[in-house]
Design a protein around this ligand. Structure first.
Ligand code: SAH
Length: 235
């Protein structure tokens, strides 16, 4: 599409994206699909990429980083099973697009980014679009945000060498975390679910009998930019 593309053109492309890329691949969470249908993805990519904003793939956003493929954003969001009052932590703000989707579905979102220029641009756009429930913070997100923990959901949008223990510790009881972990030449998208402690949920048993436990499930192979930081890869 040319420079004169209208909001209606983009809305049409966005609808095709939901039908052809998401529903066709069996994503069927109505709340997630409604958020994907609503958030103007083309505003989160550089102007030179706008024509490709609703294509079935990732796109460059500057600083050597990428906005993830729409399917990956929707799939990760679906795995988080968000409720309207949930407190969510995202690591890797990038363009701010995933944060906007989270903000549509949850109560409050904290999103962490190590590149100040990306964080500033994302914060400005999110505010312009009226997302007052998103807090963009410039820091090493591999350490999470302990001062705001616990979170109902944590999503990491960069590939980690392993699941950082500090992030597991910041997940609340019954919390869900989605994180790509390096495995061979690719990454493996993992879902980590924290159960409630004994007493609150009878069928959970572990050695201490007091703590909650974590269940880790491998979801699919994927490709992400690296998580760089203290609990990630060295710079
Ligand atoms: N969720 C983004 C895409 C993220 S790309 C979107 O919707 O556009 C991954 C991002 O993680 C990059 O912007 C990269 O700079 C950031 N990142 C990598 N390591 C990080 C760290 N330790 N802390 C915070 N951000 C990090």
């Amino acid at each position: 599409m040319g420079a004169k593309s209208t909001d209606t053109d983009f809305a049409h492309l966005r609808h095709r994206m939901v039908v052809d890329q998401l529903r066709a691949r069996h994503l069927d969470d109505d709340r997630v699909l409604a958020a994907m249908e609503k958030v103007p993805r083309h505003l989160f990519v550089p102007e030179t990429q706008r024509h490709a904003a609703y294509n079935d793939g990732p796109l460059p956003i500057g600083a050597g980083q990428t906005i993830s493929q729409p399917y990956m954003v929707a799939r990760m969001t679906e795995l988080l099973r968000l409720s309207p009052t949930d407190r969510v932590l995202e690591i890797g703000t990038g363009s701010g697009y995933q944060a906007a989707i989270l903000a549509e579905l949850a109560g409050e979102v904290w999103t962490l980014e190590r590149h100040a220029d990306l964080a500033d641009r994302a914060a400005e756009l999110l505010l312009e679009l009226g997302y007052t429930n998103v807090h963009v913070i410039i820091c090493d997100g591999s350490l999470g945000l302990p001062e705001m923990a616990p979170f109902d959901a944590i999503v990491v949008t960069a590939a980690a060498p392993a699941v950082p223990d500090c992030l597991k510790a910041q997940l609340g009881f019954n919390g869900r975390m989605v994180i790509p972990v390096t495995s061979g030449h690719n990454e493996d998208l993992r879902l980590i679910e924290r159960s409630a402690p004994l007493g609150q949920q009878d069928d959970v048993k572990n050695e201490k009998g007091l703590d909650s436990s974590f269940r880790e499930t491998s979801i699919l192979a994927c490709t992400f930019v690296p998580l760089i930081g203290k609990e990630g890869y060295p710079q």
